[in-house]
Design a protein around this ligand. Sequence first.
Ligand code: 5RP
Length: 266
Amino acid sequence: MDWGMANRLGRIFRPDSKRTVMLAVDHGYFLGPTSGLEKLGDTIAPLLPHADCLMLTRGALRQWVPPTTNIPIMLRVSGGTSIVSNDNETSALSNESLSVSMEDALRLNVSGVAVSIFVGTEHERQTLDNLSQMVDLGERHGVPVLAVTAVGRDMVRELRYLALCCRLSAELGAHIVKTYYCDGFEKIIEATPAPVVIAGGKKIPERDALQLAFDAVDRGAAGVDMGRNIFQSAAPVQMIQAVGAIVHQNATVEDAWGLVAPALGA
Ligand code: 5RP
């Protein structure tokens, strides 16, 4: 592996645990001012010391992250749709194109780029092509590509579908794959020849989110790329610390919950 690629991957995944706590705050690229991210800079400032990597868009990076901040950046480079695009068309969200050039990603000194794929939707082919194009550019410039296995409005987050998405992403050359936790998750890990990280999904009770992170890591995930279950919590700093304890120190759910519960008055 090229030095640049290895160096960037080594910044995303902590060398001691070979895992990552990636903080995802890219939701605005299609959801607009997501709850908790209206003032994105204020939200992430206390969280950054506890994150290994920050996933966001180009505009958010420029606006809200001081260039002196020493955190590896996972830059979202696909987009072009919104939560209200063609409401009556179920696969409208999948109609993404590449939204940032590799040249600009390199200028922003990112550690990785993220592309969504929408398998089983009307726009499957173009999103897989987006991924392949970025992988070619990533290989040329030493930049890892994260494939986000985004789920279309009418797709079910179950093993058969997610395993397909993850394997496909890795076979197309993604260096990291992001998916959702599901029953039988270990089978996804067995069949995906790339590190897999999980999204948290919609906000759920804190203890359940910690259980989700634990189950994923216990079954082979290389960490999390989690957003709402951290920044929408009433105790976001404690949540990211607790997730970090699970990811990097193999903490139990009980131990991790112990870091969060007092702050929630639970
Ligand atoms: C959207 C994304 C988000 O980064 C992803 O959903 C992670 O955030 P959350 O944990 O809130 O689900 O890639 O396509």
